[in-house]
Design a protein. Structure first.
Length: 59
């Protein structure tokens, strides 16, 4: 489920481009925006990559 936060943020950005959501995803607080990409950390605590959403919704 680690990918659910980046996926949700991507969906919100894509929906806001097509519909009025009543808020702007770009105006969300930093505590929420930090979930756009999530670091992948190995057992030694070294960041080895990131999880982020790719692709586009099909409407």
């Amino acid at each position: 489920m680690r990918s659910s936060a980046p996926a949700l943020m991507s969906v919100l950005h894509q929906l806001s481009a097509r519909r009025d959501l009543g808020f702007a995803p770009q105006g969300l607080p930093a505590a929420v925006k930090r979930h756009v990409t999530l670091p992948i950390v190995n057992t030694r605590g070294v960041e080895t990559g990131v999880t982020r959403a790719e692709g586009a919704l099909r409407f």
